[in-house]
Write a protein that binds this ligand. Structure first.
Ligand code: CP
Length: 310
């Protein structure tokens, strides 16, 4: 694997190899006081973030450090991007400075793919840490890792993805990866928050959350992305919460084994009730924990495994 740009097109064998490596790393480090492996000693990983992040940026930094890579964090707001430097020149600068891997988050869909083209000559790997409304592949991988832990195989499992699908790169990456791993995906959202061309995706669509919940193995609540709703939020926050929020009443409709996921940051009280987010069914904290091991596994497959240069 040279880059990780999307789960659309990521084959089951590669995805499973990353998930198995993450699982192995998690068990290797379990209970260890010093969480440090020598695997990426001498390699340089740069995170380049043009949008805010807590989970993704921090977990990539920890993942790199736990594997002994040198990790450098570049935030667009405090870099020469603020003086007008282009994404291409920024990327070439980071490669010239010695980056073996650039992890990029950018508001434009396709930015990570463009970066991989510009950095081909330098041989620098690129990881998409979220590009516009397009994809967030490591989020989908950590969600799959969490579901595998809770449910075992994903084959024939039914997963509901609920809420602001149209603006969600998390939803898009999960739709492709869950389908590749054999799960059935149902999107539950108002018509205004579904993407054009949804009928071409490997999903079924519902507008009735109460009707779907009794038959799912997991429910993935999405963040409502107000920052991408230039024309205002429709339906209103109150209408959204009534129709699509995961309340305690709704949680009671789920089967006992069902898992509740949220990629974070959560808008508690609107997308998900406090009590549901903090309930035993909720895997939100496990998602974050697994994010470190999954990102370690991604860096391993990009920079250290036998197939790294393929
Ligand atoms: N889930 C996720 O991408 O969170 P951050 O925006 O905090 O990285």
């Amino acid at each position: 694997m040279k880059h990780l740009l999307a789960t659309d097109g990521l084959d089951a064998e590669t995805a499973t190899a990353v998930l198995d490596t993450a699982d192995e790393l998690k068990h290797t480090l379990l209970g260890r006081e010093v969480k440090k492996l020598p695997t990426l000693r001498g390699r340089t990983v740069i995170t380049l973030f043009y949008e805010n992040s807590t989970r993704t940026r921090v977990s990539f930094e920890i993942a790199g450090k736990w594997m002994s890579a040198d990790v450098v964090n570049v935030s667009a707001s405090s870099s020469s991007v603020n003086k007008g430097e282009s994404l291409r020149d920024t990327a070439l600068t980071l490669a010239a400075a010695g980056a073996d891997c650039v992890i990029v988050r950018h508001p434009a869909s396709g930015a990570a793919h463009r970066l991989s083209g510009w950095l081909a000559e330098a041989g620098t790997s690129v990881v998409n840490a979220g590009d516009g409304t397009h994809e967030h592949p490591t989020q989908a991988l950590l969600d799959a890792a969490t579901l595998r832990e809770r449910l075992g195989s994903l084959k024939d499992r039914r997963i509901a993805i609920v809420g602001d699908v149209v603006h969600s790169r998390v939803a898009r990456s999960n739709i492709h990866l869950l389908h590749t791993l054999g799960a059935e995906v149902v999107l539950v959202a108002p018509p205004t928050l579904l993407p054009v061309g949804v009928e071409k995706l490997p999903v079924t669509v519902s507008h009735d959350l109460d009707a779907e919940l009794p038959a799912v193995d997991a429910v993935m609540m999405l963040r409502v992305q107000a920052e991408r709703m230039y024309g205002g939020f429709f339906p209103s926050a109150r209408e959204y919460s009534i129709s699509y929020g995961l309340s305690e009443r709704r949680q009671a409709l789920l089967p006992d084994h069902a898992v509740v996921l949220h990629p974070g940051p959560m808008l508690r009280g609107m997308e998900i009730a406090h009590a549901v987010a903090d309930s035993p069914a909720s895997a939100v904290t496990e998602q974050v924990r697994n994010g470190v091991h999954v990102r370690m596994a991604v860096l391993y497959h990009l920079l250290a495994s036998e197939g790294a240069a393929a």
